[in-house]
Write a new protein. Structure first.
Length: 450
């Protein structure tokens, strides 16, 4: 048994102290304790030894156990199993795919920072999106582009408590913004400054660096955030299950977010894919700004604010007409990545996710066909076709594949959608999870996890 504790991204060794049944690993800001009924000498020496009975290892905070090591280990195991069984019992799940949905729900719950209600994008940093690509990013933060999908997932699962916690975090983002710019991402404690640096002493996943800590995307202007904030927060005005439903005060703060959407919907930005060296008027950003105005109008109706409803409906109508006109490419017979552009991008599939266009609209069906032809490798879908800061993406982006599945189902191609969905389920690893990306040839997982 070997335990080699390091602090400060592997740069600092701890001071090790020992007791009769424990080892303490003392760092400058954190101390870990290993309680065990195995030989402390064997653990310290890292020498192999013959097992003649069961041994227990408890690694955690520097606290003494209230009971014996074996009894505590069994208790922790039983309580963990019991907790997740109780959690799963309250979920609303479909008849089909129950195991997959429960596994995903548990993973979403594990991504929650309970203290603030924040939900992180992933648990890892710097697993490359493709072999040797240097597309290595730190995903251990909270992206506002996830807000709509997080709230929708929690609502579908009927996991109201977690949803309310997340809505609280989202509300704090709005309050902190004071009607101004909203960043694409924040820390779990609403930290705004997330400076990006490279850990040059670390080789990286399978030797494929760099290892990044922090994320420069905090500096970006990504105008889709305004729509995602309003889309997520809208639930708090409509859901009678919530202990704290939103009212007029919250609506007024959300209107400030809407004004940012009105001002920025036709301005160039980095887009939802966070391009670092190229700015365009991205269709997906304009689309989400439309969604902000559309949902504000609906909230105003709920609050019986007719004038405000008309105001936001007016802005939504203007945006919708322009987006439909400016993003359509006659050459490609599809909605393009950006206003006046020709490049294809999977993010335009969000048009039906937010109710922007009828899925049976011939233009949307033609767009799906174009994306199927140019962005799909078998069951998998890439994000976009235009080269970015690192060239052309090599791997498929799993969330885009699921947008594709939803789009196919909504335009009536349900058998194809089901076939691709089952392929994605089969692609999960031994614990039933997917990473960010999949290599379309090898089927290997890449990108941050889960």
């Amino acid at each position: 048994v070997a335990l080699d504790v390091r602090f400060d991204w592997g740069r600092r060794k701890p001071v090790i102290t020992q007791g009769s049944n424990h080892l303490r690993y003392v760092g400058d800001e954190l101390t870990l304790r290993l309680n065990t009924d195995a030989s402390i000498s064997h653990v310290l020496s890292k020498q192999p030894f013959v097992l003649t009975r069961e041994h227990n290892f408890l690694l955690g905070a520097d606290e003494s156990l209230l009971d014996g090591i074996a009894d505590t280990a069994r208790l922790f195991e039983q309580e963990t199993i019991s907790y997740w069984k109780k959690f799963s019992r309250t979920l609303h799940i479909p008849l089909e795919w129950q195991e997959a949905v429960i596994r995903a729900a548990i993973t979403l719950e594990l991504s929650l920072f309970e203290d603030t209600g924040a939900i992180v994008a992933a648990m890892t940093t710097s697993i490359p999106e493709a072999p040797g690509s240097q597309r290595n990013w730190d995903y251990r933060y909270c992206w506002l582009r996830d807000a709509f999908f997080v709230v929708r997932a929690l609502n579908s699962l009927s996991e109201v408590g977690t949803m309310e916690d997340y809505l609280r975090w989202l509300g704090n983002v709005v309050v902190q913004s004071k009607g101004g710019h909203i960043q694409p991402l924040y820390g779990i404690g609403l930290e705004r400054e997330l400076p990006e640096s490279i850990m040059v002493h670390l080789g990286g996943y399978r030797g494929m660096g760099p290892v990044r800590v922090g994320n420069q995307a905090q500096e970006h202007f990504q105008h889709d955030v305004y729509g995602n904030v309003v889309l997520g927060a809208a639930q708090s005005f409509h859901d009678h299950r919530l202990l704290h439903r939103a009212g007029l005060a919250e609506f007024k703060r959300l209107e400030d977010v809407g004004e940012q959407a009105v001002h920025n919907y036709d301005k160039p930005d980095a887009g939802m894919w966070e391009l670092r060296t190229r700015a365009r008027i991205h269709t997906s950003s304009a689309l989400m700004c439309w969604a902000a105005c559309d949902r504000l109008a609906k909230i105003a109706h709920v609050l019986k604010l007719r004038e405000r409803a008309a105001y936001w409906q007016g802005h939504a109508a203007v945006m919708q007409e322009r987006i439909l006109r400016e993003s359509w490419s006659e050459e490609r017979q599809a909605f393009a990545e950006s206003f006046g552009g020709r490049d294809l991008d999977a993010s335009v599939l969000l048009m039906i996710e937010v109710g922007f266009i009828d899925p049976k609209d011939p233009r949307f069906i033609a767009t799906v066909d174009a994306l199927e032809t140019h962005l799909c490798d078998g069951p998998y879908m890439r994000r976009y076709e235009a080269p970015d800061d690192f060239g052309k993406p090599e791997t498929a982006f799993n969330i885009c594949t699921f947008w594709r599945i939803d789009a196919l189902a909504r335009i009536g191609r349900k058998e194809q959608a089901r076939e691709i969905f089952n392929t994605m389920l089969a692609a999960r690893n031994h614990v039933g999870l997917l990473s960010e990306d999949t290599h379309p040839v090898t089927g290997e997982m890449w990108g941050n996890f889960p």
